[in-house]
Design a protein around this ligand. Structure first.
Ligand SMILES: NC(=O)c1ccc[n+]([C@@H]2O[C@H](COP(=O)([O-])OP(=O)(O)OC[C@H]3O[C@@H](n4cnc5c(N)ncnc54)[C@H](O)[C@@H]3O)[C@@H](O)[C@H]2O)c1
Length: 251
C-alpha cells in the first residue's frame, strides 16, 4: 500500500519545474494525477512519463487566469475520477525583473492575474467540490517572496504575499468542512523560472546563494517532500501553515 493509493491529485502548472516533480512523485506513490498547464507539450510529456512508470494520469489544458478554463479543469477532473482529494495550486510566473517605477499596467496585471487571481479561481472551484465531499487537502505554492520582500519584482512579491493571505483565509473558513489548506514557500530552486532570472543577470547566482545559510539552491525534491507531507495523514492537524523551505533564509 502506497501513501496516496486511490487518491486523486490535481496540480496546476505541472508541465514543468516544481509541479512536474510533484506530479511524478504523487504518481509513484499511487495517486491518479491530473496534470494541468498552458503548455500542452510539457503537460502531455509529464503524463507520458507517469504512464511509463505504470501510473495513472490525464492532461487537461487550463490557463489559471481564465475562470472558465479553471471551471472546465475541475469539471474534467470530476468527470474522469469522480472526486478531488488533493489540489496543488502551483502555476505561476516570475514577471519582469525591474524597479516598481518601470512596471507597466500590463506587467502588473499579468503577474497578478496568474499568480494571485489564478490561485483564487482554483481555490474557489476546488473548495466547492471538497466542501461537498467534506474532505480535501490543498497546498498553494507561494514563495519566500510571500514572506519577505525582494527587490525588482513588486508584482511577484505582492502576488505571493496574497497567496499566503488566501491560504490562511481559506484554511480558517474551511476547517469545519474537513479541508486543510497550507502553503509551501520555496527559496530559489533551479527550474526554468529561476533560470530565466539568471539569464538576465548571471552575477545574480552568487548573490542569491549568499542569502541562503545552507549555501545552496533548493532542489525540486526539497519542495516536493514538503508538499507530500502536507498532504499526508501525518500532518492531519496542520492547516493555515505557510512553510518556508529555504535552507534557513527566513531564520
Ligand atoms: N523555482 C523557484 O525558485 C521558485 C521559488 C519560489 C516559488 N516558486 C513558485 O513555484 C511555482 C512553480 O514554479 P517553477 O519554478 O516550477 O517554474 P516553471 O516555470 O518551471 O513552471 C511553472 C509552470 O506554470 C505554467 N504556467 C504559467 N502560466 C500559467 C497559467 N496562466 N496557467 C497555467 N499554467 C501556467 C508554466 O507553463 C510552467 O509549466 C510558481 O508558482 C513559482 O512562483 C518557484
Amino acid at each position: 500500500m502506497k501513501n496516496f493509493d486511490n487518491k486523486v491529485v490535481l496540480i496546476t502548472g505541472s508541465g514543468s519545474g516544481l509541479g512536474k516533480d510533484a506530479a511524478i512523485a504523487f504518481a509513484k506513490l499511487g495517486a491518479s494525477v491530473v496534470v494541468s498547464d498552458v503548455n500542452v507539450k510539457g503537460g502531455e510529456e509529464v503524463v507520458e512519463e507517469i504512464k511509463k512508470l505504470g501510473g495513472e494520469s490525464i492532461f487537461v489544458k487550463a490557463d489559471v487566469s481564465k475562470k472558465e478554463e479553471v471551471q472546465n479543469l475541475i469539471k474534467n477532473t470530476i468527470q474522469k475520477y469522480s472526486k478531488l482529494d488533493i489540489a496543488v495550486n502551483n502555476a505561476g510566473i516570475g514577471g519582469p525583473f525591474k524597479p516598481t517605477t518601470m512596471y507597466t499596467d500590463e506587467d502588473w496585471d499579468r503577474v497578478i492575474a496568474i499568480n494571485q487571481t489564478g490561485v483564487f479561481y482554483c481555490l474557489r472551484e476546488e473548495l466547492k467540490v471538497m466542501a461537498a465531499q467534506k474532505s480535501g487537502v490543498i497546498v498553494n505554492i507561494s514563495s519566500i517572496a510571500g514572506l519577505r520582500a525582494m527587490g525588482n519584482g513588486c508584482a511577484y512579491v505582492a502576488s505571493k504575499h496574497a497567496v499566503v493571505g488566501l491560504t490562511k483565509a481559506t484554511a480558517v473558513e474551511y476547517a469545519r468542512f474537513n479541508i486543510r489548506v497550507n502553503a509551501v514557500c520555496p527559496v530559489f530552486t533551479k527550474t526554468p523560472l529561476v533560470e530565466q532570472l539568471l539569464d538576465v543577470d548571471p552575477a545574480m547566482e552568487k548573490k542569491l546563494i549568499q542569502g541562503i545559510p545552507m549555501r545552496r539552491y533548493g532542489e525540486p525534491a526539497d519542495m516536493t517532500n514538503a508538499i507530500l507531507w502536507l498532504c499526508e495523514e501525518s500532518s492531519a492537524f496542520v492547516t493555515g501553515l505557510c512553510l518556508p523551505i529555504d535552507g534557513g533564509m527566513m531564520a
